[in-house]
Design a protein around this ligand. Structure first.
Ligand code: ADP
Length: 252
């Protein structure tokens, strides 16, 4: 037992706490976290989404929200039926948060312990990329059911993803599986193109002995939706990508 490990917080009203993690930025981790939260909601669950990325929060933009007055606004905020908490509600995302590790760790702990999450079936936590202070603190202090690792098919992303897997293994958080994002692109001709090569997510999953939970295609509308404040699965519920998210929601 690490003597410096933060105490485990208990969230008695929350049945499952699922962390969405990635070894590096830009692989679509926040996109997966947001759309997974919506897919769980659309499957009838009560869902929360906690944005633990203190330096680069993306939940406000993806949900079309901005900063609020913390003196007069009760947290979590609510949008599309999901309870939301993000540093971006407290500090304008264009204003850089310049904090050292311990303060970041403190912030994520208070998001977890001091926000009244109420009764939830699943709380999805969008972890910052990598394996720094915030990730470690959360993995140790949150009552995590498990972690989902998001990667792209390329090797460089997989090397980083392996580090993330190792961190969860060290703090004994089960890795629920791997999601390969930006797996392929289906052209207007209906053909599948493996833009970033393929099979990396499967290799990582096999290597660590966990399921490959999904292979999500590249769709330019995903980026458009993220910027427009309405996650893809809500805007295009009948699209194949949304079916892939619905399947993912059943597996976490
Ligand atoms: P991360 O959280 O890993 O840094 P983001 O979720 O912010 O990554 O995604 C990075 C960018 O890629 C965003 O502009 C997002 O909209 C876009 N994106 C993510 N997944 C896909 C996808 N499957 N198809 C197209 N664009 C995507």
């Amino acid at each position: 037992m690490n003597p410096q490990a933060p105490p485990k917080l208990s969230l008695p009203g929350v049945k499952h706490v699922v962390a969405v993690a990635s070894g590096k930025g830009g692989v679509g981790k926040s996109t997966v976290a947001a759309n997974l939260a919506l897919a769980l909601r659309m499957a009838g669950q009560k869902v929360g989404l906690m944005d633990a990325d203190i330096y680069g929060p993306s939940v406000p933009i993806m949900f079309g929200l901005g900063t609020v007055n913390p003196q007069t606004t009760p947290f979590p905020l609510e949008k599309y039926g999901i309870s939301l908490m993000s540093m971006g509600f407290l500090v304008d995302p264009s204003q850089a948060v310049i904090w050292r590790g311990p303060k970041v760790a403190q912030a994520v702990q208070s998001f977890l312990g001091q926000v009244d999450w109420g009764q939830l079936d699943t709380l999805v936590i969008d972890l910052p990329p990598g394996t720094g202070d915030a990730q470690l603190t959360l993995s140790q202090s949150a009552p995590l059911t498990g972690a989902v690792i998001v990667t792209t098919p390329q090797d460089v992303s997989l090397i980083d993803a392996r580090k993330g897997v190792k961190m969860f293994q060290e703090v004994r958080v089960p890795v629920l599986g791997v999601v390969e994002n930006m797996s392929y692109f289906v052209g207007d001709d209906g053909k599948r193109y493996d833009i970033f090569r393929s099979g990396g997510g499967r290799r990582l999953a096999d290597e660590i002995g966990v399921p490959l939970l999904g292979e999500l295609p590249i769709d330019p509308r995903i980026a458009e939706c993220g910027d427009a404040g309405e996650p893809f699965v809500r805007k295009y519920p009948d699209a194949p990508v949304s079916a892939a998210y619905a399947a993912l929601a059943k597996r976490v």
